[in-house]
Write a protein that binds this ligand. Structure first.
Ligand SMILES: Cc1cc2nc3c(=O)[nH]c(=O)nc-3n(C[C@H](O)[C@H](O)[C@H](O)COP(=O)(O)OP(=O)(O)OC[C@H]3O[C@@H](n4cnc5c(N)ncnc54)[C@H](O)[C@@H]3O)c2cc1C
Length: 298
């Protein structure tokens, strides 16, 4: 087996504005942006990545906070998980705060950022199902001071890519002023990568329930029919109470939509059984979805 000694990047640039960072990437196309470095430097240290240069995003103050904009929160891509986990942020976007609190051990949460979580696009990225359920948009900074908006789901599904000198500047999240829950299963106690995660978001203004399942596929999955079915069973003008059977049925609906039964074998009507590990994962998703909706409605 060939191993590569990690190489120190030849140039490190530390811009103080998004546009300067874009300019630095335009001037040096072989350089890569680095925010907290928790994913990128791990890849460098493993010898999987040898960037010719780094453009550090850590000194760009305009992407480290958030502000209100037309019923939305405009979140800077440089917000760390630790910052998003604090109570003031949790009051704003509770499910994203819960995901941030669950994202790895403290040293990762202190350094790792929202923008890095999205750009890494790992199936186990905890922020990703929440952003999918919230139907968030990305604000992308590009050459010449340009800004374009892109649904986060398009980037996560690979339908649109970041250009070579483009950066995620901000994430636009609608403020729904209703309960939202993120739950994660890790297969062990303590912090760990998700084996499955579920975000459930209530949208009372549209009488909608939005749900996304993370970690079980390359991108977060939205069980749209299950969302519509359960939304029709909720008494939006009353106490928003659901019978336990309806919660259980929602969990099963979500799990079966995300992990369908196998196709019948050719020439047969019989569907083969899933392997035990897949059945276990399906049960996990069903339990997470049931609990998440139950807590959102409680
Ligand atoms: C031990 C360990 C445990 C972890 N556990 C979890 C976990 O439980 N849950 C979880 O979700 N994640 C986990 N992670 C992954 C990681 O911490 C997150 O994905 C983190 O949010 C990455 O952010 P960062 O700022 O460190 O990204 P970086 O490592 O700096 O960058 C990651 C990638 O994103 C690009 N990038 C960064 N910022 C931008 C931007 N603004 N625009 C465009 N591209 C950008 C970089 O070029 C690079 O390709 C873990 C990582 C480690 C090492």
């Amino acid at each position: 087996m060939t191993t590569h000694a990690p190489q120190t990047p030849r140039s490190v640039t530390l811009p103080t504005t998004l546009d300067e960072a874009v300019d630095a990437l335009t001037a040096m196309p072989a350089a890569v942006p680095v925010a907290g470095g928790t994913d990128l430097m791990a890849a460098v240290n493993r010898g999987q990545l040898r960037p010719a240069g780094l453009v550090g995003l850590g000194r760009i103050s305009e992407i480290r906070g958030w502000r209100y904009q037309d019923g939305h929160a405009l979140l800077g891509a440089g917000l760390t998980h630790a910052r998003m986990g604090r109570p003031d942020f949790a009051a704003l976007i509770p499910a994203l705060a819960a995901a941030a609190r669950a994202a790895g051990p403290p040293q990762i949460r202190n350094a790792g950022t929202l923008g890095g979580n999205i750009a890494s696009n790992a199936p186990t990225g905890d922020a990703l199902p929440v952003l999918a359920a919230l139907e968030a948009d990305l604000v992308i900074a590009g050459p010449g001071g340009t800004r374009r908006e892109l649904p986060v789901a398009h980037l996560l599904a690979g339908r649109e890519m970041l250009g070579p000198a483009e950066l995620i500047g901000h994430v636009r999240v609608p403020l729904l002023h209703a309960r939202q829950v993120f739950l994660k299963a890790t297969g062990r106690t303590g912090p760990g990568r998700a084996t499955a995660s579920v975000a459930v978001v209530l949208d009372p203004a549209r009488r909608g329930v939005r749900c996304a399942v993370g970690a079980i596929a390359p991108m977060p999955l939205r069980p749209l029919e299950a969302e519509q079915w359960i939304a029709a069973h909720i008494d939006w003008d009353g106490g928003r109470v659901l019978a336990p059977e309806a919660l259980t049925a929602f969990g099963e609906y979500v799990a079966t939509a995300c992990i369908p039964d196998p196709e019948p074998l050719p020439g047969s009507d019989e569907r083969p059984a899933h392997p035990p590990a897949v059945l276990h994962l399906r049960r996990t998703v069903a339990v997470l979805a049931r609990r998440a909706l139950g807590r959102a409605l409680s």
